[in-house]
Design a protein around this ligand. Sequence first.
Ligand code: UDP
Length: 327
Amino acid sequence: MKNETILVVGGAGYIGSHMVKDLLETGHKVVILDDLSTGHRDLIPGGNFIEGGLGDAALLDRIFTSNRIDAVMHFAAFALVGESVEQPLKYYQNNVSATTELLSAMVRHDVKRFIFSSTAAVYGEPLEIPITENHPCNPTNPYGASKIAVERMLQDCDSAYGLRYISLRYFNASGAHESSQIGEKHQPETHLIPLILKVATNENKNVKIFGTDYPTPDGTCIRDYIHVSDLTQAHLLSLSALMEGGKSVVYNLGNSRGYSVREVIELARKMTGHRIPVVETDRRQGDPATLIASSDKIKRELGWKPQYEDLEKIIQTAWMWHQKEAK
Ligand code: UDP
């Protein structure tokens, strides 16, 4: 049993709740800070939940004073590409300004280990595929820009304060916990796989395809889908690395395999037996055509081994969860 205490900021959200579950099951103590702006109380699997925002300095002081926090994991970001183009300041305010408060509180209380949820959106339009961590970062949307701003801030905090961080650049998080107790729940839902499955459960009539004129074989965007539990495993490995005195580092997390929007829909049709009608519409602003990760670095350095490399396995866990939620 580990006795580390982890502050999970955004632990009531999709990925954060899976993280809390895995931390509790691996014997960690967990404090959760979430303002429930996009999270859900009923997704929190346990731990000590505190309702509030990550930009609240007084609240952060109370949390760091009353708990001996060994590391902070930060999942509390707005993460919608399209919305970030329409409301950039909402993204800079929460994802950058509020994160500055969180990091400042960590420095005040001498908490020096941080695991950051970054994104493939930091790269922008890829110059080469698969994308390695050395690829230039030229985000095409404010969401990606807000994440790279924090990564830059983290580099500076490492130099100035000795704050050690691991930044995990997720590609497309998807799937649900194997137990079907928790899964992807956004209000409103904007992500491709849940939207497809909501057609299969007859909650929605059709799924929109955003753009069919991309420079890809079938004209639709290609993404690298990664299971949420493979993401949380990478966080556990990152935590161990930091606890053992590891240096600050950035890792990609994906499966190194891309699927077009049409391919994802086709696979879901096969798996659910539903015809899943589609409506072809214009491109969504800010979407690069293709994003596929190279995750060799984290495999090599931390021994990360994804358990759900196959998209069919990922959709299967999501489908179980959505069927349960629709009842
Ligand atoms: N997408 C789509 N229809 C939808 C939602 C998403 O065609 O209703 C596309 C979107 O343009 C992107 C891909 O599916 O190319 C994955 O989008 P999602 O929002 O799931 O994740 P993101 O890539 O923004 O992180």
